[in-house]
Design a protein around this ligand. Sequence first.
Ligand code: ZN
Ligand code: ZN
Length: 95
Amino acid sequence: MTCNPYKTEIDGKEVDIIACGKGKIKIDTCKICYYPAEYLCDWPTGSGKTCDIKLCKTHSGNRGDNINFCPVHFSLAKKDIITSRQLLLIKKEAR
Ligand SMILES: [Zn+2]
Ligand SMILES: [Zn+2]
């Protein structure tokens, strides 16, 4: 039996949920707050791979170009070390 805690929102209220079952339960949750994750960090980590930390809507640092970052990488991205164009190229290569 495995139990995984995660959070979700029901009628605008934060609810803690623990999902238990046999084996590993696969619920993609945000690495930071355990909300169900909808995004992955797109920060390139080299050789066509990205950081891929799972992120909820709140913690996906979206720059408005459909590219999301975890909080650590978002602060780096804000410094424009890497441009959106470069990231899109990396994303294309990864697929
Ligand atoms: Zn989160
Ligand atoms: Zn990241």
